[in-house]
Design a protein around this ligand. Structure first.
Ligand SMILES: [Zn+2]
Length: 173
């Protein structure tokens, strides 16, 4: 059973609401019987479950940014990911070409055959270990142009916990 909060007021009908924080609120008339409120909630349980899971999904997805915020993120991405790329490339003993910052919907990064790298500015909204993972992932393609076991061994050598980042990306995007 879903837990809910009852807010009574001088209204005449019942109303159900799911707040932005994911709480269920029933607005009820002052002397409306509690067992009938309960029945009302139960009757709307499928709708509530749907609302609550939508709310949960929205809560974990990345925030929507204004144009200015997006611009700031792009600038920050250029600098932060540029530094990380230089650092990890040295550690991994690989070279790379140009770095571009993009805003693709589903891609976090890519690496061309020539070694040009693309990163998504939305990485600036991810935890730092996820940023590291994407950089190391793309640089590992400088040695293996595939997602073979050998490829992931290279990633793991640098980031032993890289699977946590893959999980984070799956859960949050
Ligand atoms: Zn890849």
């Amino acid at each position: 059973m879903i837990s809910y909060e009852i807010i009574r007021s001088r209204r005449r009908t019942l109303a159900l609401q799911v707040t932005r924080e994911g709480r269920v609120v029933v607005r009820a008339p002052l002397r409306y019987p509690a067992d009938r409120i309960e029945a009302f909630v139960r009757q709307h349980e499928p709708w509530l479950q749907k609302k609550l899971s939508e709310q949960k999904e929205r809560g974990s997805a990345l925030p929507v940014l204004s144009r200015e915020e997006e611009y700031a993120c792009r600038e920050q991405a250029r600098q932060v990911l540029g530094e990380k790329t230089a650092y990890y490339a040295r550690r991994m003993g690989v070279t790379y070409g140009r770095i571009s910052i993009r805003g693709q919907k589903t891609r976090w990064g890519s690496c061309s055959a020539k070694g040009n790298l693309n990163y998504n500015w939305k990485l600036m909204l991810c935890p730092e270990e996820v940023q590291d993972y994407v950089v190391v992932h793309e640089l590992a393609h400088r040695r293996e142009m595939n997602h073979s076991k050998a490829f992931y061994r290279i990633v793991e050598e640098i980031l032993p916990d890289y699977r946590d980042s893959i999980r984070w990306l799956k859960e949050n995007t």
